[in-house]
Design a protein around this ligand. Sequence first.
Ligand code: NG6
Ligand code: CA
Length: 513
Amino acid sequence: ILSILLIGILSFNQLACSNTGGKDAKSEKRAGASERPNILVVYLDDLGYGDVSAYGQNTLPTPNIDALAKGGVRFTNGYATSATCTPSRYGLLTGIYPWRNEKARILPGDAPLLIDTTIVTLPKMLRNAGYRTGVVGKWHLGIGDGSVDWNEELHGNPNDVGFDYSYIMAATTDRTPTVYIENRRVVGLTADDPIQVSYKQNFPGEPTAISNPELMTKQTWSHGHNQSVHNGIPRIGYQKGGKSALWQDEDMADVFLDKAKAFIDDNNPEKTGEPFFLYYALQQPHVPRVPHPRFVGKSGMGPRGDAIIEADWCLGEIMKKLEADGLAENTIVVFSSDNGPVLDDGYNDDAETKIGNHKAAGPLRGGKYSLFEAGTKVPFITYWKGHIKPQVSDALVCQLDLLGSFAELVGQNNPSEDSKNTMAALMGESKEGRDQLVLEATGRLAFRQGNYILIPAYKGNAVNKQVNIETGLAPETQLFDISKDPGQRNNLAKAQPDKLAAMKDAMQKAVGD
Ligand code: NG6
Ligand code: CA
């Protein structure tokens, strides 16, 4: 019996080792229509590499994320494409490098839809494979054509780029309009009190955080965020009216969780005969951090830590839901974050003063907005009960590749050259992901190949003083070997001229002219 077991283990290993991109038995099998698991992408906003206990120092309890990591593949080289939200989400949903689209920058709340409605996005590709698709949570990819009337039916929204169902906030929790949108309608509007939104000027007579600072009963701003005030919290952008539709920040986690669960109920494959894809985009721990009162004080780190504990709870609830409905063995879960961490992102919420020993970026340098590692290297976990062998993987994986990878899983064509099929790495069957990756922060690019990272010389401040984060920008070229120097302290550009030249060459080829 022992020898049979051994042979079993050996052949499993051989399969795993030989799987370096070519089609093997497993991927052949996957390409068959027989394997169409539900897909759940749980995506946090500004969660840092070190914020999760499984990645960090056990300073912040994240038991549900840790359980996912323990039962799945915990990637130590998992990346968002970008160090800010809009471009990362664009990369995730289109499989196209966001730097190819000049408009893929942090969008205002009234920006037009960024995604071309004619391309095959991740949800469209899955829909072509018979999936029912939904998005719940943060959108931040624009809506409409730039002249949206929020009181009318909305066009150019998630439902026009591949989602059958959407329940979203338009942009961010700190931007107007502070309302939920279900499919094509703002939720809860009444005809007698229409909502108006502007990013150009205030509406005559409406208070702002500047004119009426006494309205800021819950949080005050440290930079930016001094326009319209809603729920005692100042925001970016102006809005007027729509009182019955305005969200209560404290309830947002529960609202999105309920909608995510309802989507699973409505789209249970036992009922529909088809699998589902749910993109569950949580708002935490982006500013303003306003967790429900039952989480307040739980972290000892103020609202930022409390919001992360709340998000961890949300993940736990959605996993419980999958278990309770008998879907856990038939659902692949991907957990990640859109960009790295920031403490003071514009509100006085004690994030810096109460952080204690916790290191939101873990051992990495930089943070949100940064070309250094902490900007784009994020927690990245895949979990599929009974299918994925628990492990830690150092394979280079990126959210950009979910499109190409899932296309292979469900037997569809991969519509994007940028998006690579790294399904074997995502499944923990191979330690080989991509061999190179272009990274982006506020419009500038860096390049990773193997264990080296090249940051070309850029003009600009070395530190973004508002948020107190090193940008990675420097007048000289930077080259790091992150296998030896994960904190990017030792610039090898002078010591390794041949490597530098090879990296520059490879980056140029990857980026084009
Ligand atoms: C910045 C905001 C910041 C945050 C960010 C977007 C100011 C001063 N700062 O412009 O608070 O909203 O945009 O974050 O306004 S992201 O995660 O959606 O990219
Ligand atoms: Ca973000």
